[in-house]
Ligand binder design. Structure first.
Ligand code: DG2
Length: 252
């Protein structure tokens, strides 16, 4: 039968989304437009009567603050929260802090798209002394030598799934409405897993900022969770269409 309801929410526009810079694990703030998108996300939740019982976020302020703004508008700011680095954005390696358009011009469109969207080719690793590396950041102290220096989407899936299975799935199986506030590429990993998207097709799938994506889940005969609405349902489908195209065209 039907179990819980999952709501995926990519954070609103960040300062570096606005400036068109590769971000990854750099902890940038929401832009004023991003804060507005987050509040709009909360309105959409309230209008749909889709009220989260629990929220999971990454350790990055753009996701944390998006969840707070959206939930406050929906009068759900009081629900329990869990945060984990495993929901962080994909680590963008040496590209962190670089301009997307300049990178495309310097390395060519093909290499640029491989770095952004290939399933298993990571960008070059970041130097631990780079100002945009996370060396010494106390929130990652537990990772020690496992602190990523770059990641491809396959790496994100590998580190995200243990948290997914141990923390998010139990909340869904308990019948809750679960909000996951995260990032373009960490949410692409979730969608790939949930919808069983193949490695080539996932390259063409983009997640817009600030628009809640709803999945109703049921248990398969094997005991896994699968969506009754494959691909999910955006709460504002028209806005989602335009925003998805904008993400796909970044750098051009
Ligand atoms: C963006 C995604 O991540 O960039 O790291 O630059 O969702 O945290 O803003 P987010 C980044 P693209 O992979 O779409 O270039």
């Amino acid at each position: 039968g039907t179990v819980g309801t999952l709501v995926l929410l990519r954070h609103g526009q960040s300062d570096w989304n606005e400036k068109n810079l590769f971000t990854g694990w750099v902890d940038v703030a929401l832009s004023p437009k991003g804060e507005q998108e987050a509040r709009r996300g909360g309105e959409l939740l309230a209008e749909a009567g889709l009220l989260p019982d629990l929220v999971h976020t990454s350790l990055l302020r753009r996701a944390i603050n998006t969840a707070n703004l959206a939930l406050d508008v929906a009068d759900r700011g009081w629900i329990p929260v869990r945060r984990d680095w495993r929901l962080n954005e994909r680590h963008y390696g040496a590209l962190q802090g670089k301009d997307k358009k300049q990178t495309m011009e310097e390395y060519g469109e093909e290499q640029f798209q491989i770095w952004r969207r290939s399933y298993d080719t990571p960008p070059p690793p970041i130097d631990p002394d780079d100002p945009y590396a996370q060396t010494g950041d106390p929130r990652y102290a537990d990772l020690g030598d496992a602190l990523p220096r770059t990641e491809c989407l396959a790496d994100v899936l590998e580190r995200l799934l243990p948290y997914w299975q141990s923390a998010v799935v139990p909340d869904l199986r308990a019948g809750h409405t679960v909000l996951v506030a995260a990032h373009g590429n960490s949410l692409r990993a979730v969608v790939k897993h949930l919808d069983g998207v193949d490695d080539a097709t996932i390259a063409g799938l983009n997640i817009p900022t600030g628009i809640p994506l709803r999945y109703d889940l049921e248990t398969t005969p094997d005991g896994d969770l699968r969506p009754t609405n494959p691909g999910g349902t955006y709460l504002d489908p028209d806005a989602a269409q335009d925003a998805i195209a904008a993400v796909a065209n970044q750098g051009r």
